[in-house]
Design a protein around this ligand. Structure first.
Ligand code: COA
Length: 182
């Protein structure tokens, strides 16, 4: 699914371009992914994991654009990829009312309201499709993520003990959240 581009004014008055990815973003996406997973320990992929190849990255973007059940939004600032987010819709009849969200931003762009603005776009896309329940999970300790999700109305419904072994060896819970949509 392709997101229609939009310019968004952030908390500090600066502008960000929200747009669909294009296959030509593959190299920039690899740089972004390599950087972002070193800047936070709250993604499931870390610097110790293998990086996708350029072909895999391009295929991942093309798959997202061509799939009716996924939508990705890139946040571009001054020509750089500042972040991306995704919604994954469930295609089967019994779970078609549900969708999952994911987001990651480069550290220098945190706390400028990009996360909230991207979530508003994903929530609007979910409503348009008739989805009535949004879901996500985060690694225990990700207080910035939790604050964003609570601000958007998500509430925790459960936890997976020992869901993640962090890079320092400590075990963390995975916290599951849900947002009912009217
Ligand atoms: C989590 C993430 C997406 C949040 O995006 P963001 O653009 O920084 O979020 P926003 O600026 O819209 O909102 C963050 C809120 O958290 C608050 N916050 C910041 N640091 C915080 C902290 N340590 N504890 C509690 N709240 C915090 C901010 O004040 C802000 O709330 P406000 O708008 O009411 O002031 C972003 O920081 C990120 O990509 N982090 C690394 C990757 C990651 O964790 N992805 C999510 C995996 S589940």
């Amino acid at each position: 699914m392709k997101y229609e581009p939009k310019t968004v004014i952030l908390k500090d008055g600066s502008a960000a371009l929200f747009r669909a990815p294009v296959p030509e973003d593959a190299a920039a996406f690899l740089d972004f992914f390599n950087a972002v997973r070193s800047e936070t320990d709250y993604l499931l992929s870390g610097p110790q994991d293998p990086m996708p190849t350029m072909e895999e990255e391009r295929a991942w973007i093309e798959n997202s654009l061509n799939s009716p059940d996924q939508m990705m939004i890139v946040c571009e600032i001054d020509g750089q990829i500042a972040g991306n987010c995704q919604i994954a819709f469930r295609p089967q009849a019994k779970t078609r009312h549900r969708a999952s969200l994911a987001i990651a931003l480069r550290q220098k762009y945190w706390s400028r309201g990009i996360g909230a603005a991207m979530f508003r776009e994903l929530i609007a896309a979910a409503r348009q499709r008739g989805v009535t329940q949004l879901e996500l999970d985060y690694i225990e300790g990700n207080d910035r993520g939790r604050a964003l999700y609570e601000k958007m109305g998500f509430r925790p419904w459960g936890e997976l003990p020992n869901g993640v072994r962090q890079s320092d060896g400590t075990m963390r819970r995975l916290v599951y959240m849900v947002l009912p949509l009217d």
